[in-house]
Design a protein around this ligand. Sequence first.
Ligand SMILES: [Zn+2]
Length: 376
Amino acid sequence: MTVAFTFDLKATDGKARSGVISTPRGEIRTPAFMPVGTAATVKAMMPDSVAATGADIILGNTYHLMLRPTAERIDRLGGLHRFMNWQGPILTDSGGFQVMSLAELRKLTEEGVTFKSHIDGSRHTLTPERSMEIQRLLGSDIVMCFDECPALPATDAEVARAMRLSMRWAERSKAAFGDRPGHALFGIMQGGVTRELREESAEALKAIGFDGYAVGGLAVGEGQEAMFDVLDYAPDCLPVDKPRYLMGVGKPDDIVGAVARGIDMMDCVLPTRSGRTGQVFTRRGVVNIKNARHADDPRPLDEQCTCPACRNYSRAYLHHVFRAQEIIASMLLTWHNLHYYQELMAGMRAAIAEGRFADWQEAFHAQRAQGDIPPL
Ligand SMILES: [Zn+2]
């Protein structure tokens, strides 16, 4: 287990990049989409099934795991990989974002954040040092710096204050992370939608030095256009030879637009959450399986898709089990959505490697513009 954490940038096409991240737990082909395994499970999926969709890496949430079942318990039980039976790489977030969005009675100081658990009201403290300790106990392969992500819209002064605090926390995160061969620590760029603040943040992170760099503080309500405006310059502020991770993104067209602007990694609950609410992503856009038009439709969701939901079941069946609130509905629709996302990434990786990413993007948008197949 002495394999180093490395990033090999193999091809670029315009600003889009494809490469391979090597870790002791396996390779991550980029651009990569990371399914979210919030509470030590990718909801409605067995780990083997997640791997079968083509996922190389999954994400775990520090905030949820520290509260339940606790990082100390997971450590005693052999670490997160063994606990949840996922042997590939795992990235954990720092807990910072979810403390801000989920916890009650938060108190933010220079030291860190104290808060009450949204589960049982118990009191906890997260600091850069504690976040690094929790992520080490979990056995995370890619550890994220502890940061503060302000919700947008916020004033420039508020965004600047949060960014500068996050940069001081990034320095403390790096010191607390220490020297751990085979494990990576990623810094997180903040600065909202203000270019000067993003540039200042990138310079501060590069001065500290990280194994990879995230663009944080986007997909928090600013809209796709504002997000793309930031992504038009933000990745260029980061080192070429390190992976770039856009946190919490997104819809298929967000992901394609981010890759086109130089992003290598993404995560989002959308494919899994939508699988449980009957929203299905296909080459021809979003299908709502709840809709009565599917009740008698013997055709698959997508005739070209090779996932089990499309190979073995009709729209009529998926409509029925969803309406009847059968558990298999969440299983099949989640599998399809994750499969679709991974096919999207594989398609982009191949197109970038072959220098035809612009054509690929055009075909992607043209297919979606067609909309779903007409009702029978
Ligand atoms: Zn499918």
